[in-house]
Design a protein around this ligand. Sequence first.
Ligand code: AMP
Length: 500
Amino acid sequence: MNLHDLFAIPLRRTPTKIALHFVDDAGQETTLTYAQLHEAADRLAAGLHAWGLRKGDRVAFFIGNRPEFVIAYLAVIRLGAIMTPVNLRYRRLELSHILTDAAPRLLVTERQHLHLFDELLPDDRASLEATLLAEELAQWQAEPGATPIPVVQADDLALIMYTSGTTGRSKGAMLSHNNVMATMTALLAAWAWEPADRLLLCLPLFHTHGLVVGLHCALAAGATVLLRPGFDCGAAIRELTSGAVTLFFAVPTIYVSLVEELGKLPRQDFGAMRLFCSGSAPLAAETMMTFAGLTGHTILERYGMTETGMNLSNPYIGARTPGSVGAPLPGVSMRIVNDRGEETPPGEMGELLVRGANVCLGYWQAPEKTAANFSHDAMGRQWFHTGDIARQDPETGYVTLLGRRHELIISGGFNIYPREIEEMLVTFPGVAEAAVIGKPHPKWGETPAAYLVCAASIDESALLAYCRTQLASFKVPSEIHIVDSLPRNAMGKLQKHLLR
Ligand code: AMP
């Protein structure tokens, strides 16, 4: 079975049901039934096949939330090609790395982003043979009649999703159809998805949260996705209280905004809502409690990552514990180990390891990174090292996450690895050394703060302008501190905790 086979079930059962409802920034609505969505995807698959797209080819997606994203994605995986979604805020360094690493033959994007690709060095975009603009999608469609659809097996890749790498370079997590289906089927059961569900989806489809948790589950459940270009607090509150929505998935930053806004409004009625979920970054217990007071709903917090899809979740039925990410989802096993890789006694903290069909097959063209992130136990079973430090309550089995092993900063649900920013900062004339740490931020959770040792005087505003051309805006340091030296230990290793 592959993803298309799962999506075909609601298509056959309820072809006239609305699969996707989209409203663009100008208020223009698009509605697609299951039959219309899959027909559009089949027609695009035919056109892409005629162009020459084949099983195993990579297709980079640099496109905002819109129906064409979904249609193109379904078409690409139907042909056994591999979708590589790219964070829309990525700029030159990130784009050239992903394009040269994944070597996609085709780029799916929007006209407004074309200049970013034109500005890359020819070598960086050498693999690209064509660009499919969302605005011109219809020109790519063809009659599906005679298109040979290849056999796509569960182990074939559906996605290569780039994560921020600890080495400063992002790694492409290889997710097979089976990996994605494992997360979907676990969540469909654990969160009691129903065809009657209507999911308000404001999260970006280029990230696992919006794509794997949101879009995939909804389309497999035969539910309706109310897809929006992004999160707009006022609009979200209107929709969540309109009676038209039953499910809402968000990152903690969004819940912080909702709490802030709801606090100013008369009490709103969230009676039609079935479930609010949070993930991608730690949800403050205070946010969860205040939200419950304002809405009558206890947010369900879950934990996952690009490489693994979803791992742990608070229960749909039963106590949802503030500050905890719950217990393993169906099909997921976990262990907590110390620095020597030995299982810790119950209740003690250590690195969280997971295994299950949800865990990716490894990193694209990086066997050494794959080897570094997986280990085998005495029974030969393979475990994925999440890099997250966790503790499991010996009585309830619920897990609390305590921090990140590799200094990951999470800002508004987006991952930032300091080293990537540090390596960029020292390319600015006058900057000799750089260290970046996360600083707590009431809205974004964390933002990066930079500590610089300078060999010459630098213009801070010119440095920030430079940063904005090199990296996504959420990685641009929110604070810059010029220091005489960075704290290092006897081995010369940076002691970042001393910067805090
Ligand atoms: P990503 O690959 O962008 O989904 O990021 C994965 C990382 O986000 C995990 O390794 C965790 O560090 C963090 N994360 C995800 N969900 C949670 C959560 N509920 N609480 C705390 N951290 C989380």
